[in-house]
Design a protein around this ligand. Structure first.
Ligand code: HEM
Length: 404
């Protein structure tokens, strides 16, 4: 009898709730191509870390398409020029540098830090919105609306337009999910929403060009790197990238976070007693239950030898971050804390939004823990989304005795 390949088993929905035993199996062959013509799966911490810094690995969408990966490319088509997540240096660096000027570099995230009171208010409003209910779906009622509202405020979408903005974002994000991507209707709705969102953002960009304000869109329009400013289309691609890259990921970190805390109530109690623990808890979650399980969008642009295996030029590689995050060669006790995780990637493409994602999740988990009286899981494991790359529950039903 032939066994299904590990690749198939990792993407098979029946393993979504607990893929970690598969990753353990995968690490036994740290460089594995288990389907002819399929991607090379890389699963050890140090190999992943090394490849994320290796200039022989390309993120360029055209190289990926040449390697035969239409599915992943199709999911992210926006009709705009590629954003910097799908570009190699020097174009990647040029655009990221301009965007960083506005966001604040990772070690000095000034804009993000100044958003702290606003983020706390959005969280308070969402929790207050639960009212007298004794049960919530954390995904639909909290984790999903939160990051979109935040990105609207960050970019500078006027408050009165937030509902319209969200009405476009929802089908776009749904269109990225393999659950819905296969339906022709969903694809059409997502495409229309993308066009409308693009037109709406173009209007905002035009306004900001004439009259810059304090928001990030204005900064993107007015900032100059050493090689000049972004074009209008590049500003739009960057805005859409921030929107999409920061969405499902943050939803899943918050939801995986509450799920983990509710499964380990001792941590829930400790967080309630000492909100300062949120910083370490969020880091540990990024290692233990990373929202981005693997980075599949990479192509080798030269032959690479790794652990005696030649990965030929033109091959696709999948960097299985979630397997590296529990690699015992790197983490002496992989079931306990060590915050040098791969949850935000590493190297030149390492997560641009990390300071924002961290702060959003720290505030969300602290406030949920503080305000929900006696919270408990109503279903464990919860139903998961189809997506094997951006992994997280589709619903997380929590019962509680009231709000504090
Ligand atoms: C890149 C994870 C939230 C914006 C990445 C990468 C990972 C990641 C693993 C590397 C991808 C690669 O190497 O190809 C996460 C997780 C998040 C999160 C787990 C939440 C918990 C955000 C947020 C934003 C954001 C909130 C924006 C507001 C980006 C951008 C890139 C990126 C722009 C591309 C960076 C580049 O190519 O230079 N993220 N992300 N992310 N992320 Fe995040």
């Amino acid at each position: 009898m032939t066994h299904a390949s590990l690749l198939r088993r990792i993407t098979d929905y029946s393993n979504r709730a607990n893929p970690y035993p598969l990753y353990e199996e995968l690490r036994k062959t740290p460089v594995l191509q288990d389907e002819e013509g399929g991607p090379f799966l890389i699963s050890s911490y140090w190999d992943i870390e090394g490849l994320l810094h290796d200039p022989r690995i390309s993120s360029d969408a055209t190289n990926l398409a040449a390697a035969g990966d239409d599915e992943l490319n199709g999911a992210e088509q926006t009709g705009l020029p590629p954003s910097f997540i799908r570009l190699d240096p020097p174009e990647h660096d040029r655009l990221r540098r301009i965007a960083n000027g506005s966001f604040g570099p990772p070690h000095r995230p000034t804009r993000i830090d100044s958003m702290r009171p606003e983020l706390a208010q959005i969280v308070t409003d969402l929790i207050d919105g639960i009212g007298d209910a004794r049960e919530i779906d954390l995904v639909d009622q909290f984790a999903y609306p939160f990051p979109v509202t935040v990105i609207c405020r960050l970019l500078g979408v006027p408050r009165e337009d937030e509902p319209r903005f969200r009405a476009w974002v929802d089908p776009i994000v749904a269109g990225l999910d393999p659950d819905t991507r296969t339906s022709a209707d969903a694809a059409k709705t997502a495409q229309e929403a993308r066009m409308q969102l693009g037109m709406y953002l173009a209007g905002l960009v035009e306004e900001r060009t004439k009259e810059p304000r304090e928001d990030m869109l204005s900064d993107l329009v007015t900032s100059h790197g050493p090689d000049g400013a972004m074009t209008m289309m590049e500003v739009l691609s960057t805005a859409v990238l921030l929107l999409i890259a920061g969405h499902e990921t943050t939803v899943n970190l918050i939801t995986n976070g509450m799920l983990t805390l509710l499964r380990h109530p001792e941590f829930l109690h400790r967080l309630r007693e000492d909100p300062g623990l949120a910083v370490n808890i969020v880091e540990e979650l990024l290692r233990y239950e990373p929202p981005v399980q693997l980075v599949p969008q990479r192509t080798c642009i030269a032959d690479i030898e790794l652990r005696g295996v030649i990965i030929p030029k033109g091959s696709r590689i999948w960097l299985v971050l979630a397997a590296g995050n529990r690699d015992p060669e790197r983490f002496h006790d992989p079931d306990r804390g060590d915050i040098q995780h791969l949850g935000f990637g590493s190297g030149i493409h390492s997560c641009f939004g990390a300071p924002l994602a961290r702060l959003e999740t720290q505030i969300a988990l602290t406030e949920l823990t503080r305000r929900l009286e006696n919270p408990r899981l109503l279903e464990d494991p919860p139903p998961y989304r189809q997506n094997a790359v951006l992994r997280g529950p589709r619903h997380l039903n929590i019962g509680f005795d009231g709000l504090r």
